[in-house]
Write a protein that binds this ligand. Structure first.
Ligand SMILES: C[S@@+](CC[C@H](N)C(=O)[O-])C[C@H]1O[C@@H](n2cnc3c(N)ncnc32)[C@H](O)[C@@H]1O
Length: 367
């Protein structure tokens, strides 16, 4: 492992615009060789969030709050990390754990005043149970999925940010965090409409897990008892929520094999009932929105099917609605709307438009 600062040419940059990275030598070499990387970025200005006290429920800690109304898909926060470490040295016990601490200590020794002061101010849920720097990293790290260079040995990295680290957890989150390799930054997008004053929540655990497992993991890794709206549901409703989450993950595996062929077969065969494809997809979409579980396989599949099906039915309102939802989701997951904004503006220009309506007309007996 080696320690480096990215962007390499940081002379003209403010202190919060560069990151200390603990990585493999091959990754450092690839990062320094990547021309024009990382790309600059501009977070929303003026900022649409503020960091302030979140109150007793969050151990009198801080949280991030919207200061303006925010639409699904909007970028809320974007920030370079203070520190990125490889998870290859992030094993919890034994020599490898100690190895990680040695790298963190070396990194600390190289950090300037801004980075040290900011890191020290972050929350440490481990108290005296861990070495302070390690406790801070483990409390606040978010995934940085890829860095330039050989991905097979680089593995997954953890990033510690200044502001992004203040976002609290909910099992029904309203924003989504993503690592943006192009700009070497963390982004937070809304995937629900958010009102000014509302707190922003990401998820620290796998949302498809049932409540008991989620709570166990949060207690173990972040040392708090989750009291989010999903975790305080009365018993019966809590079970329903667990059940929906389980079905979402099961359906995601099944939907992997779906193609456009069955959608086209339905669209061009008027003898098949209209609700056949639409109703099931609406149920899955409704459950994912209700649980705020954005399954990365099922949600895009369902949104695409709904948009195409409503285009085939020439139902402009619903076609636009699902295209807008797909645009927001893609922005939150991929950083761009993947062309869904164009579909939302003119669904009648897609090749699916009116397919079913024309098939019905052709089938109708001529008088
Ligand atoms: C990454 S920090 C989040 C920001 C933190 N509240 C602060 O003041 O810096 C993670 C810690 O915040 C607290 N936290 C986050 N989400 C919480 C929640 N839903 N309920 C209670 N505490 C929470 C826990 O102490 C957790 O270890």
């Amino acid at each position: 492992m080696v320690i480096t600062k990215i962007p390499a040419n940081k002379r003209s940059l403010p202190a919060d615009a560069y990151t200390h990275v603990v990585c493999l030598p091959e990754v450092k070499k690839a990062m320094l060789a990547a021309s024009g990387w990382p790309a600059p970025f501009s977070p929303p200005s003026p900022p649409v969030y503020e960091i302030k006290s979140a109150g007793r429920k969050y151990s009198n800690g801080l949280g991030a709050f919207a200061v303006a109304d925010i639409k699904p898909g909007d970028l809320i926060m974007q920030e370079r990390a203070l520190l990125i470490t490889s998870r290859h040295v992030a094993l919890p016990k034994g020599d490898k754990g100690r190895l990680r601490e040695i790298f963190l200590e070396q990194c600390w020794a190289e950090m300037g005043h801004f980075h040290r002061k900011t890191m020290q101010a972050l929350h440490n849920c481990y108290g005296s149970d861990a070495e302070p720097l390690r406790g801070i990293v483990d409390t606040n790290a978010l995934p940085a999925d890829t860095l330039p260079g050989p991905t097979d040995i680089g593995g997954i990295y953890s990033a510690v940010f200044n502001h992004l680290a203040r976002i609290n957890h909910s099992c029904s989150p309203n924003v989504r965090y993503r690592w943006d390799i192009e700009t070497f930054s963390g982004q937070v997008h809304a995937f629900q409409p958010i009102k000014a004053g509302e707190q922003l929540f990401i998820s620290y655990c796998d949302l498809e897990y049932p409540r008991g497992l989620r709570q166990e993991e949060l207690r173990k890794l972040y040392r708090f008892d989750c009291a989010c709206p999903s975790c305080v549901l009365p018993r019966y409703q809590g079970r329903l929520s667990d059940w929906r989450r389980l079905l979402i993950i099961e359906q995601a595996f099944q939907d992997l094999s779906k193609t456009d062929a069955d959608l086209r077969a339905w669209a061009t065969n008027p003898r098949l009932p209209d609700p056949m494809l639409v109703d099931a997809a609406e149920i899955w979409y409704g459950w994912m929105m209700q649980e705020r579980v954005l399954n990365s396989v099922l949600l895009p599949t369902v949104l695409e099917r709904l948009c195409k099906a409503y285009c085939a039915l020439e139902d402009e309102g619903n076609a636009r609605k699902y295209a807008r939802a797909a645009a927001a989701y893609e922005k939150a997951l991929e950083g761009s709307d993947s062309g869904w904004g164009i579909v939302a503006a003119s669904p009648e220009k897609t090749s699916w438009w009116g397919l079913r309506v024309r098939a019905r007309r052709q089938q109708a007996p001529s008088i």
